[in-house]
Design a protein. Structure first.
Length: 204
């Protein structure tokens, strides 16, 4: 007596064998399309690398005014009040000590508009590190695109997919953006710090 499970398995096998197979023309067309898309994606990966370099350069040249953010502005105003009060105390004490104004010590509040990227040397180091990382991302992206292209063409030839399955192949190729995420300034800073630690270990 045939069980329900056996009947279900037989039905599934019959459905699989009755599915329309992808034609030789479809496989050939898809192979050609996959190769074309792979070439396009490699070109887009190169373009993406240029975009990442440009985006990083914008970050690198970034300057921030204290009054462009409400929290910064409030903090600056609070510090300015404390500094002004302290300056008054210092000035009064200089008068008591008979120190002329032009020789008197002073206190001031300073806002640096940038951080580790403030100096030309630091920017050059970070730019070089960013270029290395972006080149590596581009190379990895192209390798992944080529791997996908070869594997897809192999499947098309070896398995003779159904017409429905053939359509799914068009959606498999990953985008350059997913393979090459935006490079953040702190990643480059961390890379430079690691390089400095390696240099120190070699010197020691």
């Amino acid at each position: 007596m045939t069980t329900l499970e056996e009947t279900t398995m037989e039905t599934t096998e019959m459905e699989e064998t009755t599915k329309p197979r992808m034609t030789a023309r479809e496989r050939s067309d898809l192979q050609a399309l996959v190769r074309q898309r792979a070439r396009l994606m490699k070109a887009q990966a190169k373009q993406r690398a240029l975009e990442l370099q440009a985006e990083f350069e914008i970050q690198l040249q970034g300057h921030f005014a204290y009054d462009q953010d409400e929290v910064w502005k409030a903090a600056y105003a609070e510090c300015a009040k404390v500094v002004n009060d302290a300056k008054a105390v210092i000035h009064q004490r200089c008068r008591e000590l008979n120190i002329p104004d032009k020789f008197a010590p002073s206190l001031d509040l300073c806002w640096w508009r940038s951080g580790a990227n403030a100096t030309k040397t630091a920017r050059a180091d970070m730019r070089r590190e960013a270029k290395m990382r972006i080149d590596a991302l581009e190379s990895a992206a192209k390798t992944e695109i080529e791997r996908y292209s070869v594997e897809t063409q192999t499947e098309l030839i070896a398995e003779g997919l159904t017409t429905e399955a053939a359509q799914a192949f068009l959606e498999k190729l990953p985008s350059a953006e997913s393979l090459m995420p935006v490079l953040e300034l702190n990643q480059v800073s961390q890379g430079l710090l690691e390089m400095e630690h390696q240099k120190q270990r070699l010197l020691n």
